[in-house]
Write a protein that binds this ligand. Structure first.
Ligand code: LMR
Length: 331
């Protein structure tokens, strides 16, 4: 009875706080809550509600509950959802130049990547998004991607030949897998597990936190630590929603977003490490997954096989030579 009463009181408090809110901000994403993006979205929710004194009610919808990754940007432009953090390739139809971040082996390490995002190139890309009527907030990390397959270990690029790889809707990723004779198949994130389980696709590329939280490792025989490309996000907001906020609430959004971004980079580093340990434990316990790490020579072979696609994206309508060269030259 006491429990029931407490539950009723808690429900009433939540209901009255959301009733008291002047604004409702729905934040849609496709990954699990226990990922860098999921945790940072939850942090943002809590922080913005605090900073705004409850005037903004933030509602986070993980795991494609509200929108699949191919629909969210359209919904955002209609203000049906107010915030999202799609990976870069999902901006393909609006700002194809963001596919810069999909180019294999373009970033030397996380520091290089962050220097690019925090510098001139990162700002130029955000300006392009803003020019399309979407408010570009901050870049969020996931991590470098790893290869997985049911056919073989993919330690050399030749092994990818003929394999059906799930890719995000990205021209760069399509070219990357064509370069090694593989067969790329675009597929929404929410369908990857069943695609692997049912053999619609043989292979995939994902950062560890996406693999672990969506159990892709349980439907793959090989996982290869390749760090061949990067997966990250641009957090965006509906312009209509942003413009409806008074200046002090816009300042609250900016502050909560900056704090969430700092946290997000920590979550990304921590989760990708700790969840890799859990995948290793699974492999050891079940004997159903073989984990390999590319040697320096194998990595070089992959680099040579896939980085030859860069010139295909030199046109400014695709990514642009200048942007690619500036990225490589960033110290
Ligand atoms: C994917 O589609 O693989 C990723 O964009 C999912 C995500 O948001 O991390």
């Amino acid at each position: 009875m006491k429990k029931l009463l407490l539950g009723t009181i808690a429900a009433a408090v939540v209901a009255s706080s959301s009733m008291a809110a002047d604004y409702t901000l729905k934040f849609s994403h496709v990954v699990s809550a226990n990922t860098p993006k999921g945790k940072a979205a939850d942090f943002f929710e809590k922080r913005l509600e605090e900073l705004s004194g409850g005037k903004i009610d933030v509602q986070v919808y993980p795991s494609s509950q509200l929108y699949k990754d191919n629909a969210v940007l359209k919904a955002l432009r209609l203000n049906s959802v107010q915030m999202a953090a799609p990976s870069f390739s999902k901006f393909g139809k609006i700002v194809p130049q963001l596919a810069l971040f999909d180019l294999p082996f373009i970033f030397r390490d996380a520091k290089h990547l962050h220097d690019v995002q925090d510098g001139e190139v990162g700002q130029a890309l955000k300006d392009k998004v803003t020019a399309k009527g979407i408010v570009a907030l901050n870049y969020w990390d996931n991590a470098f991607k790893q290869l997985s397959s049911n056919k073989n270990a993919l330690t050399m690029p030749e092994e990818a030949k003929g394999q059906k790889f799930r890719i995000m809707s990205s021209k760069v990723l399509e070219a990357q897998f064509h370069a090694v004779g593989a067969n790329p198949q675009m597929m929404p994130f929410s369908e990857v597990y069943s695609g692997l389980q049912q053999g619609v696709i043989d292979a995939a590329e994902n950062p560890i936190s996406n693999i672990y939280t969506k159990k892709f490792h349980e439907v793959q025989k090989y996982l290869t630590v390749s760090n061949h490309g990067y997966l990250g996000y641009l957090v965006v907001m509906s312009k209509k929603f942003w413009n409806s906020l008074p200046a002090e609430l816009q300042a609250n959004v900016t502050q909560a977003m900056n704090e969430a971004t700092e946290k997000e980079r920590q979550y990304a580093a921590e989760l990708n490490d700790s969840q890799f340990e859990l995948i290793k434990e699974y492999a050891k316990k079940t004997g159903k997954l073989e984990i390999n790490e590319l040697t320096a020579e194998q990595k070089e072979a992959w680099r040579n096989a896939v980085s030859k696609i860069y010139p295909e994206f030199y046109s400014d309508r695709k990514i642009g030579k200048e942007l690619i060269e500036k990225t490589i030259a960033t110290k």
